[in-house]
Ligand binder design. Structure first.
Ligand code: OTU
Length: 665
């Protein structure tokens, strides 16, 4: 891992550049914002300057571009964004400067939805905030909502205008109103930012295609196959099935780098103009009231021949510099990395390099997600314990987002090393998981579909809703009430881990009602080629009306999840930012871990990946508990006696010690 620590020379140069900038910045800031806020802005620039100037120097300083000129230009934009920032958002900034761990709180529970599929449009979403509040949601991630290309736009990940909301969803004013409504309720808003590529129809791409050299250099366009061939020798394919290769030939233009679909043109982040343009977008979204930016496909921003063109050190420099700039303009705004990569690479997006450098505040814990599904299929948590135990901790000022399902497929990101260490053959295990979740393995309860089979690597990713993958679809089709109950129990058990393992839990729209795969997913011709739409159903509000009826599947799941959020909010130990300590529970079918907080009782979470009831010995699963053990959350049938914790099939429990050390002494 390259050391990103700035050299003494860089520090000296950075200090000199800062010193030259400060008087002008102070004048402008104090003049526009008054002495108190103005001085705050100056302090933020001083605080972040090394995380800004170090990376900028490494990325963009050339014989023609000096650090002073570049910094002056970018900082100038940041100051103007800070000055334009609405008063209400500046007040929120102040709160978050006082409480920088705001996103780590136990009350944080996320909900992820497509605005149109959830509620029609943005004003529809505003009408549904009571529904989210019922679920205990405090963080709303709306799927891509900036203006996309027409037709197939990869679920909004092909943007034509970063300054406009998709007109079908509303306007920027609607987005601002939604953010304000959320803030009034103590909720925050996360929005996608597609950094790696634009739509082929974006004005930049159109200018590039028309031959404008300034815009041609926004992208990576090659006259012939020489360079593409050279890169492709080491490039993995993201969509091998539907969009093979990483380049697209465009008539009259050349070979365009398109990592994803042919209509998504990769930006060239080695061009400082791309950085500057995206900075403008980031600052604008921040000033519209967005609290968290989900940085889509972050690992892909930098390319280098001879590598897989993911996770390059320069990607981290870009994120660090952007983070520093936003930290100056809008200190209440956080970055969430969407980096579905191996664990050693993943923590780097949270700034965990040789030395810590602030980068993204949040990152998806895709390891936990994959390992939950693996454990569910095998009824064995050994691999989860081994792999999660080996993961490096998230830096204390950051947090994971934990999740079970999202709008994407599930790729079996199980490392060979972890598989072997758990007694599994890695390739065979990945193949088993694909068979199991595609529903073709004998005895499988899951009803998923294979996404992007890659005969070259043997990879077969999986689409499908959480409920269908947990067995609900098959059980209902068979009219099997025992299996229906088991499927519901599996779904809640899996979410009990998501809600208690360290991080912000994300509930994926529809899971709270156990929505199954959408049978009509291919009806829209723009979706028919992408079976991820299987698990992107429209919200079923008729089903939602039964959400409090615990005699129904949806009522059981909805009330179970609402209860989880409520209990979670009251447990300091479930704050993010601290590592979950994995336990050897004495039974490989039971996943267990301890969560701690210095000011609250420790909490042990237990989850049974088992078809049968299990009893785990107290001395193993509640180590060091001397007081009474009390389950603050438990699935029906959980019982704690003097010797064991008894969990029913697919059961779960969160157990705390009722008297702590202080009262005992
Ligand atoms: C993301 O996913 C989005 O989540 C997808 O919905 C988009 O199709 C894609 O970007 C393009 O915008 O490879 O299979 O390490 O895993 O960026 C999905 C990150 C993907 C990648 C991720 C990407």
């Amino acid at each position: 891992m390259p050391d990103q620590t700035p050299s003494p020379e860089t520090r000296t140069r950075a200090r000199a550049v800062l010193d030259a900038l400060l008087p002008g910045v102070r004048d402008r800031a104090v003049d526009a914002l008054g002495p108190v806020e103005g001085e705050g802005l100056v302090a933020r620039l001083e605080h972040h300057h090394l995380d800004l100037l170090g990376p900028l120097e490494g990325l963009y300083v050339t014989d023609d571009v000096t650090l002073a000129a570049l910094a002056g230009r970018l900082v100038g934009r940041v100051i103007e964004a800070a000055i334009d920032r609405p008063v209400a958002l500046r007040a929120l900034d102040r709160r978050r400067e006082v409480d920088p761990g705001w996103f780590q709180r136990a009350r944080m529970v996320g909900y992820v939805a497509y605005a149109d599929r959830f509620a029609g449009d943005l004003s529809g979403v505003r009408q549904r905030l009571d529904y989210l509040a019922e679920l205990g949601v405090t963080y709303l991630h709306l799927m891509p909502l900036l203006a996309p290309r027409e037709g197939d736009n990869d679920g909004g990940y092909a943007v034509v205008d970063y300054d406009a909301v998709d007109p079908r969803l509303g306007t920027m004013a609607d987005l601002e109103q939604l953010a304000a409504d959320l803030h009034d309720r103590g909720m925050s808003l996360c929005v996608d930012l597609v950094l790696n590529h634009t739509a082929a129809e974006h004005p930049w791409a159109l200018s590039a295609a028309a031959g404008d050299p300034a815009y041609r250099s926004f992208y990576r366009i090659f006259p012939d196959r020489t360079e593409p061939d050279r890169y492709e020798r080491t490039l993995p394919e993201v969509f091998p099935d539907t969009a093979p290769g990483s380049f697209t030939h465009v008539e009259g233009v050349g070979w365009v780098w398109t990592t994803f679909n042919s209509f998504q043109w990769d930006l060239d982040w080695s061009n400082v103009e791309v950085f500057a343009a995206m900075l403008d977008t980031v600052l604008a979204l921040a000033d519209h009231g967005v609290d968290v930016l989900r940085l889509d496909a972050a690992p892909f921003l930098w390319k280098r021949a001879g590598t897989d063109c993911q996770n390059r050190p320069e990607v981290h420099l870009i994120l660090r510099a952007l983070r520093a700039l936003v930290g100056v303009a809008a200190p209440g705004v956080a970055f969430k990395a969407e980096a579905i990569v191996a664990p050693q690479q993943l923590v780097q997006y949270l700034g965990a390099h040789e030395r810590f450098h602030p980068e993204c505040d949040l990152a998806y814990n895709n390891q936990l997600m994959v390992l939950l599904w693996s454990s569910l299929a095998t009824r064995d948590t050994t691999l989860a314990r081994v792999a999660l135990g080996r993961m490096r901790s998230a830096p204390t000022s950051t947090a994971w987002v934990t999740y079970l399902r999202c709008h994407d497929d599930i790729g079996w990101a199980v490392s060979d090393e972890d598989a072997w260490a758990s007694g599994l053959d890695p390739a065979a295990h990945r193949a088993f998981l694909s068979d199991f979740y595609a529903g073709v393995h004998p005895g499988s309860f899951a009803r998923g579909a294979v996404f992007q089979a890659n005969p070259r690597t043997g990879d077969r990713r999986i689409s499908g809703s959480a409920a269908s993958l947990c067995g609900l679809e098959a059980a209902l089709a068979a009219g099997d009430t025992v299996q229906t109950d088991a499927a519901v129990a599996r779904l809640l058990m899996m979410y009990s881990v998501v809600y208690s393992y360290s991080g912000i839990p994300l509930l994926y729209m529809g899971d709270e009602l156990a929505l199954r795969n959408d049978p009509r997913w291919a009806d829209d011709p723009a979706h028919a080629g992408d079976n991820r739409w299987l698990h992107r159903p429209p919200m079923d509000w008729a089903t939602a009306d039964r959400r409090t009826d615990v005699g129904t599947v949806e009522g059981t799941v909805f009330t179970g999840l609402a209860e989880m959020a409520r209990v979670r909010a009251g447990q300091l130990a479930l704050r993010a930012g601290d590592r979950a300590e994995l336990l050897d529970t004495g039974d490989d079918r039971v996943l267990g871990y301890v969560r701690r907080h210095p000011r609250g009782p420790r909490l042990v979470a237990l989850a049974a990946f088992s078809d049968d009831a299990v009893a785990v010995p107290r001395h193993r699963c509640l180590p060091g508990f001397v007081g009474d053990a009390h389950a603050v959350l438990a699935s029906p049938g959980v019982r704690i006696d003097d010797h064991d914790v008894h969990l029913p099939a697919w059961g779960y429990a969160w157990v705390v010690e009722t008297s702590d050390g202080l009262t005992r002494r």
